[in-house]
Design a protein around this ligand. Structure first.
Ligand code: AVJ
Length: 318
């Protein structure tokens, strides 16, 4: 709360993790800054806009899958389950799941307290009888679940292909950690984006309206705002490319001219054509997805995809 207020004012109280990631990321070769720093207030708004773009198929495809599979999911879910969502919840997908499952409790876990409280309050209104226990935590570290849900069977919900942001080793660690927190007998419903033609993938990350470019460039604005940076944002170009060897979309920010700037007083130089790597979005084929889940300690038991096989919703068992 305090930090948010300061972000809106003139003062800057930088998140020490943001500061460390940016400074070490700009010093590294190749330069790289983790994708999680996209999501300040402006970045979250731009991401919302991305999800409505004609080229960005994942959100609408996954939402439609949830709509279609709701009744079947309801039949598969344990009675009296607690739904544990990794991320603070989407205003569209989460209600679809909750309506289908009719759970005994809902536990959203998110790093951003602001978003968490807001979406928890909205869900509480839409589902008056449902106990909501928000947990403000980074789910990349051990998460203590609220004691109110101790005896309940757990259904983890990890939509949006967020797992795609992680390298495979990191994704496996996270899946194993989720299995630990949710316990024996738990289930996990996860959304994973499929490998497909670069003709579909690249425009999804480089849209005609330039919203994804603005989302990427906002990271530089955020650095200037919060870390007292002097980065010439207009001298950077958004780049989205398909890396076939790594089966991922990569986003980069490319310097279009030689430049020098400072961040928190530290000097940096970049030559024309040099890039900062800002995001990986891994895509998985049918077998690769199942292998990743198994490596993470989960057994896939049911899978739903759209007619194009562009996106998969996979239900797993611990
Ligand atoms: C939120 C990580 C799933 O990788 O598709 C969208 C983020 N980046 N456009 C994705 C994103 C650029 C998104 N995830």
């Amino acid at each position: 709360m305090l930090k948010q207020e300061l972000e809106d004012g003139q003062a800057s109280l930088a998140d020490p993790h943001f500061r460390a990631d940016v400074l070490s990321g700009l010093e590294a070769r190749p330069r790289a800054i983790p994708a999680r720093w996209f999501y300040d207030r402006r970045g979250s708004e731009l991401f919302e806009e991305i999800t409505r773009l004609p080229e960005y198929y994942p959100t609408r495809t996954e939402t439609e899958l949830l709509r279609q599979t709701g009744p079947e999911l309801g039949a598969l879910a344990a009675r009296g389950a607690a739904v544990v969502e990794f991320g603070s919840g989407s205003s569209v997908k989460t209600p679809l799941l909750l309506r289908a499952i009719d759970p005994a409790a809902y536990v959203p876990i998110d790093i951003s307290g602001d978003f968490l409280r807001q979406s928890a309050a909205e869900l509480g209104q839409a589902f008056p009888g449902l106990p909501v226990y928000p947990v403000e935590a980074n789910f990349l570290r051990p998460v203590p679940l609220p004691e109110q849900v101790t005896g309940m069977p757990k259904l983890g919900f990890f939509p949006g292909s967020t797992i795609g942001n992680m390298q495979a080793w990191h994704a496996v660690n996270l899946l194993r950690a989720m299995r630990e927190w949710l316990g024996d007998g738990a289930r996990l419903l996860i959304g994973m984006d499929r490998v497909k033609s670069p003709d579909v993938l690249v425009p999804a990350y480089d849209d005609a309206q330039g919203i994804t470019a603005a989302f990427n460039l906002n990271l530089l604005e955020r650095i200037n705002r919060e870390l007292d940076g002097t980065i010439p944002v207009e001298a950077f170009r958004h780049v989205a490319l398909w890396n076939d060897d790594a089966a991922r979309i990569e986003m980069h920010l490319e310097a279009v001219r030689d430049m020098a700037f400072t961040v928190e007083g530290r000097p940096f130089e970049m030559a024309a054509g040099e890039t900062i790597h800002t995001e990986n979005s891994h895509k998985y084929g049918r077998n690769g997805a199942r292998m990743l889940l198994r490596a993470g300690g989960w057994t896939p038991i049911r899978e739903w995809t759209d007619d194009n096989d562009w996106f998969a919703l996979i239900l797993c068992e611990a």
